[in-house]
Structures are given as C-alpha cells and as structure tokens.
Design a protein around this ligand. Structure first.
Ligand code: DQQ
Length: 559
C-alpha cells in the first residue's frame, strides 16, 4: 500500500516484509556482522506460536544481506516458537546461539536451547543445527511456565566456568522478577546459582537482560568480556532489564561481583533501589528489548533496539510489515561515571549525501521559526545551540522529577517559556499542520539548572488511530558548566525520528506517520518559543541515501 511504502524506513534496519521484533544474537565474526531478529515469516503480526530467527549479515552495520531464517520452530523443544537469545563466540572461534524455546499450547512452557553453525567454515554461517540433547536448561520448578526466557551472551568467571543470565519470575504467578545465573563447564550442562544476579520486586516480569562491562568514565573504547581478568574490580558494569509491563528498557550502572555473581547498582540521590522507574533508560521513546554486543572490529560496544509501530494492527497488516531496529549505537560510560552515552555508529555517516548548511551563528529570538531548505523525510541533522543567558529559566518544581513525560505534555513545543522550548521541527508539512517537535527547555532548580528534552508527537500526523504521545526525559548535564551549549542530533527516516540530546546523554526514538509526506513535501525548521534568545552555533543537515538492505548474499560472498 502507499502508506506502507511511504513509512518504510530507508536506513533503519527492517526485513523485506512481515513482522520483526527483538534483535537477537548480534555479533561480529570473521569480518561479518550478524543480526538475528524475532521474525514472523507468515505475516505482519507478532504470531505467538511461530516466531523464527530472521538472519541478516553486513560488513558495515549499514548495508545488509538477507539470509534464510536461522532458527525455526521445528523441534520438540521449540515447537511453539524460537524466542529471544544471544550469541557467544566459543574458544576456537565457533559461535553458539542460546535461545528460548517455547513448547506446548496456551501460555506454553519455556526452556533454553543451544544451536551451532552447521558448517563453521561457511563465511556467512547460513545454516544452524539444534542438537537433539536440547533443551540445555529445562523449566525450573519454582518458575511459572511462561516466565523463563532470553539468555544473555555467556561469559567466563574467575573459576573458569561459563555463565549466562536468564530472566525469570521466581516463586509462582506473583513471583519476583529475577535475573538468574546459570553456570556450565561445557556449554551443555548448566546449573543454576542459588543467588540471582539481580531481583526487582517492583518489576513483575523482566525480559531480555543484558549485562556488559564499560571502560573507565569517559573512555569510549568498549571491553570484550563481562569480566576482564584482574581489572574486574575497577571496571563498572551495566545491567539492562526490559520491564514487561511498561515495555521499556531500564539500566543501572553498578558493579558486577564476579565471586558472588551478583550485580550491585551504584545509586545517586535521584535513584532508588528496586524502583525501576528511577533507573535510567537507553531511550525514552518507543523502543524495547535492546541488546548489545562487543564489536571487535572497532573495539566498541554496539547497541541494537526494537522500535515497534505506533499505528494499529490493521495498518500493519495492510502495509505488510511491522517493526524497525534503531540505528546501531556506540555505547560508553560518560565522564560522570553514572550514565551511558550513545551515538549512532560512525558508519551511518557513509549515507550522508547532499549537505545542507542551514544556520551558522544565527540568533533565533522569541517566537522565531527558521526554515532549513532541502531537508525532508530522510535526513541526519546535527545542531548545536548556545543559550545566551540562563537568567530567564523558569522555576523547577520538585514533583516534576518523576514524570518528565507529563511535563513535556503540559509544556509542549507551543507553550512559551523562559529558556526554551527551542529545538527542531522535523517532518513538517508546508502548511505546518503536521510536524514533530524535538526540543529542550531549561529550568532553574535552586542554584542549579535542569534540562528537559522532549519529542512531542501531538502534531506529528493528522491521521487518527495513531499513538501520538509526548516523550520526555531530563538531560543529566550541568548546562552552566557547559557554557550554555547543548547539542541535538536527529535521524529522520520516514516513520522514525531518533534523537540524541546533550551529546547522546538522553535519547528519544519516536515512530511517526505524517500524511503530507505522500507529496514528498517535508521540511525542517529551527524554533525558539522562549523569551531568552538562543544562538544556533552550527546546524548541519544531510540528506541520507537509502541503505542497501535485504539483498541476496551473492555480493557479500564475492566481496
Ligand atoms: N519477545 C520475545 C521474548 C521476549 C520478548 C518473543 C520481548 O523472548 O521476552 O518474541 O519483546
């Protein structure tokens, strides 16, 4: 349909058709990046009972070749679906996939399985075999059948044994959201630790745990293993949990104790242990079930995440597809040692084609709206704003702290303020009836300042039946110490608006369905609706080329 073509992403990964959800088993192996993903080969809806692992490969994380599905629900131990999991490269260089098999009907029962390449010498690892000895981990007696899933990449502990984490609800239907640790000598026989890695009473059920080490604060280089030998005492770890009843991913920076196999969050005064709402998020928009991997080619940690549709199921069936992946992001620990920073992998810049320099050193005064010519529905925009004076900042009310999203709703782009709202209007129709606002607002809190970032979808589409919330989060930076300078990068891709605020401290991904783009008539604006002037120190915008996705393997093999 026209809608399906119009809203299809041009450089955010998606298969040629049908449903996709979680990224699974990302890895870099023998010069090739692999991305597996939850995939329904039969249609554009989730398809509980027949999920497969779709499989694509790439040399640059931007252009992708489609392969046959890697795992299909064909065995007694996964007959009702091959659900999420991870890849581990074993000594000797052979990768293994650990995944959840769903058995039986109704809510079913979940077990953990392993699969290996049929021919490890195949450069693309096209076929995977599931040994008959699966499942390697049966359902534990204290876990309800449908609450045991999503094994992580394995790591080796000090005792030389493999470890994986698996999400489970422990202790019956009202059990506690837990991340269990299993250990193994041979990757086949696994034994559960008595202590979980982490539990959260508040969370209900968690999914897709991810645990990874980060280098010293401010060092962008990633670390390979979960435990890095003797440095494990000084390395910090990140635990990410996907909280099912919120469909949001939360993370904490902390310490992984590699003797006890437990994770201890490092709390600051705004975060409360066990109240995941106070944890940080990779993305304060519409993403879920993220998964990272260590990219040996560039010594960095790379994160993938699923951004589902915000239209409705009938739209998805009509257009024949559903779900995109965010642009792969480099992840590292900020200099403050408390939060992660994320940035689109540099390879995405190879798609930048026509460059449009909009404003350089221009002042955007109160009520100002400046149009940037030539930037439409497929663009990469990088802006640096300089706040002339923080004098005008509105006073921050402490009860706003827990609900920045609500604050973005009350103080949308059209509500005038002191310092801000200022930022970008993307995918704006000529008559401005449709536009998506990505902006900042600065408040004064005692003698400090609080920066709010919002993506306001209320005007993103004139269509009904589309989810158009305001998204919002605070940007954890000292704006005064930064000289009033704050950056915003926004990737616009037809139905995706993926933004990185304050150098990637706060990210918001939104799905939008503007109608006007059917006429190819989409614009970019810079705006300022605050009384204080804001300078645009620089604004660079590029039209983005379309990535080569879903081509057949011939090219890659020849390469
Ligand atoms: N999606 C998978 C599960 C996972 C959930 C099934 C998260 O394994 O828990 O498609 O989106």
């Amino acid at each position: 349909t026209a809608g399906g073509v119009r809203t299809r992403s041009a450089y955010h990964f998606q298969p040629a058709k049908n449903w996709q959800n979680d990224p699974n088993g990302p890895m870099y192996h023998n010069g090739v990046y692999h991305l597996f993903y939850q995939y329904n080969p039969l249609g554009a809806t989730w398809g509980t009972g027949n999920l497969s692992w779709g499989h694509s490969v790439s040399r640059d994380l931007v252009n992708w070749v489609t392969l046959d599905t890697a795992l299909d629900p064909t065995a007694p131990f996964d007959s009702n679906g091959c659900w999420s999991g991870s890849a581990t490269i074993l000594p000797g260089g052979i990768p293994a996939l650990l995944y959840t098999g769903r058995i039986g009907t109704g809510k079913g029962m979940q077990v953990q399985n392993v699969a290996f390449p049929k021919n490890p010498a195949d450069p693309l690892l096209r076929e995977w075999v599931k040994p008959a000895y699966n499942p390697v981990i049966p359902l534990p007696a204290d876990v309800p059948g449908d609450n045991f899933r999503d094994p992580t990449t394995a790591w080796v502990g000090r005792d030389g044994m493999w470890r994986i984490a698996v999400a489970a609800k422990v202790g019956g239907p009202n059990g506690i959201a837990s991340t269990l640790i299993y250990r193994s000598k041979d990757f086949r026989h696994w034994k559960r630790n008595t202590l979980p890695l982490y539990t959260s009473r508040a969370a209900g059920m968690v999914e897709c745990p991810d645990l990874f080490p980060v280098a010293e604060p401010g060092v962008e280089e990633g670390l390979l293993g979960y435990v890095s030998g003797t440095v494990s005492g000084t390395v910090r770890h990140v635990l990410k949990l996907s909280v099912m009843n919120t469909t949001q991913d939360y993370y904490m920076v902390g310490r992984y104790d590699d003797a006890a196999d437990t994770f201890v969050p490092e709390l600051d005064n705004e975060r409360i242990l066990d109240d995941f709402r106070t944890w940080r998020r990779f993305d304060y928009g519409h993403v879920y079930a993220s998964k990272s991997f260590f990219d040996m080619r560039k010594n960095r940690r790379v994160l993938w995440a699923w951004a589902s549709e915000s239209d409705n199921m009938d739209d998805d069936i009509a257009k024949g597809w559903s779900g995109v992946q965010t642009v792969p992001r480099k992840v590292w620990l900020d200099g403050d040692g408390k939060q992660l920073r994320q940035w689109p992998i540099e390879e995405i810049e190879t798609l930048r084609s026509k460059r449009v320099v909009g404003l350089l050193g221009a002042q955007v005064n109160a009520g100002g709206v400046n149009k940037i010519v030539g930037v439409g529905a497929q663009a990469d925009v990088e802006a640096i704003f300089e706040i002339s004076s923080l004098e005008e900042a509105e006073t921050f009310e402490p009860n706003w702290l827990l609900d920045p999203q609500k604050l973005c709703e009350e103080k949308g782009a059209s509500v005038p303020g002191g310092v801000g709202p200022f930022g970008l209007l993307v995918m704006a129709s000529g008559d401005m009836q449709e536009h998506t606002a990505v902006f900042f607002r600065v408040f004064r809190q005692n003698d400090k300042y609080k920066v709010l970032m919002c993506t306001d979808l209320s005007k993103s589409s004139t269509r009904d039946g589309v989810y158009k919330p305001p998204y919002g989060a605070f940007v954890d930076m000292d704006i005064e110490a930064h000289g009033g300078i704050i950056s915003l990068r926004t990737l616009v891709d037809h139905s995706v608006v993926e933004s990185f605020g304050g150098g990637g401290r706060t990210c918001i991904t939104a799905r939008v369905y503007p109608d006007h783009v059917v006429n190819g008539n989409s614009h970019l604006y810079v705006f300022n609706n605050g009384t204080g002037a804001v300078k645009v120190s620089s604004l660079d915008a590029w039209e983005m080329a379309t990535a080569t996705v879903n081509v057949l393997p011939d090219g890659l093999i020849a390469a």
